[in-house]
Design a protein around this ligand. Structure first.
Ligand code: ZN
Length: 313
């Protein structure tokens, strides 16, 4: 079983305009570094719409192409940082719930809310009871610490509703702020909510050494390596070393494959990312060894276990 434990379906109205502007700028600078004169305005108009997926069809198609059985869909609430998007958070989460209902064996949808929003705890409850959402995603890059008083209130509801929790960790692109995304701020939650299962996203990127040590010491901490495609291209020694380190510290049942799609598919196809991971035991690249068993956990069994996927359909 292959599980993408961290992905996104992109709908234009789900993100603030400032997010699209920042992303267009990032893409344009990337093209310019490759010697191509592409303006942010042209990226916004011609390239970003290729990722828009208002029916979820592009997501399902890419899952089929790559052999991904189940994807975990994570919404994002950047509204307090960047301005509210066209579609309200409630509309987004209701839409995700409907999409999950349409593909019950393929999709697991989470809710999200900036804990500083009024009614944040009620929103999480409503997400579970009304829309059937099955986990909580927090993105502290919007400007809050995951161990703040407001976050704790939301965590209490997550624990009560037995929701899996995913928190973004690691440095984050402009215009969001990285300092809130240091995995050390999860430590309070891991201790104060021992029953809560928390997935620190992206191996904490530049904070991965600290995250690994936390993984070795806190049994309710999990991680995913979504977004590591950039380090995995062209041989990928830094990615392979990072995956080995994560497995050594967390143990295979707590490390998940993820794509953070769809943007990174342009850099590395999901199929190629999966193939790279699948071939690790046979190839031992750079002299770094992996067992078949470890890779089976990483590609799906660990996330399936975390999510209680046996309940799906
Ligand atoms: Zn993500």
């Amino acid at each position: 079983m292959i599980v993408d434990a961290h992905t996104h379906v992109v709908v234009e109205g789900h993100y603030p305009e400032a997010w699209w502007a920042g992303l267009a700028d990032l893409f344009a600078r990337h093209f310019q570094a490759l010697g191509r004169d592409v303006s942010p305005a042209s990226v916004r108009e011609n390239i970003l719409p290729r990722f828009f997926d208002p029916e979820g069809e592009r997501l399902l198609q890419s899952m089929d192409e790559a052999g991904i059985d189940v994807s975990v869909l994570l919404p994002l609430d950047y509204g307090l940082a960047l301005g509210d998007p066209a579609d309200s958070l409630a509309d987004q989460c209701r839409w995700l719930g409907a999409l999950q209902e349409k593909y019950p064996k393929r999709l697991v949808a989470f809710t999200t809310v900036d804990p500083r929003r009024q009614g944040a705890t009620e929103f999480v409850r409503r997400s579970v009871e009304e829309w059937g959402l099955r986990g909580l995603k927090l993105h502290p890059g919007a400007g809050f610490y995951p161990n703040s008083r407001e976050s704790y209130r939301v965590m209490e509801v997550a624990a009560e509703c037995k929701l899996a929790v995913v928190v973004h960790t690691g440095q984050i692109v402009y215009p969001l702020k990285s300092k809130f995304c240091d995995p050390i701020y999860l430590d309070d939650i891991l201790v104060d909510f021992p029953e809560l299962k928390v997935q620190a996203a992206h191996l904490g990127f530049g904070w991965r050494d600290g995250l690994n040590q936390m993984g070795a010491t806190k049994p309710n901490l999990f991680t995913d390596f979504a977004g590591w495609q950039r380090m995995a291209t062209g041989g990928g020694e830094s990615f392979i070393r990072a995956l080995r380190d994560a497995l050594d510290h967390f143990g295979p049942p707590r490390v998940f494959f993820g794509t953070d799609g769809p943007y990174l598919r342009a850099l590395m196809k999901n199929l190629d990312f999966i193939r790279l991971v699948k071939n690790l035991p046979a190839q031992s690249p750079h002299g770094i060894g992996f067992s078949e068993d470890e890779i089976r956990w990483v590609l799906g069994d660990a996330a399936a276990n975390f999510l209680g996927l046996l309940d799906v359909g």
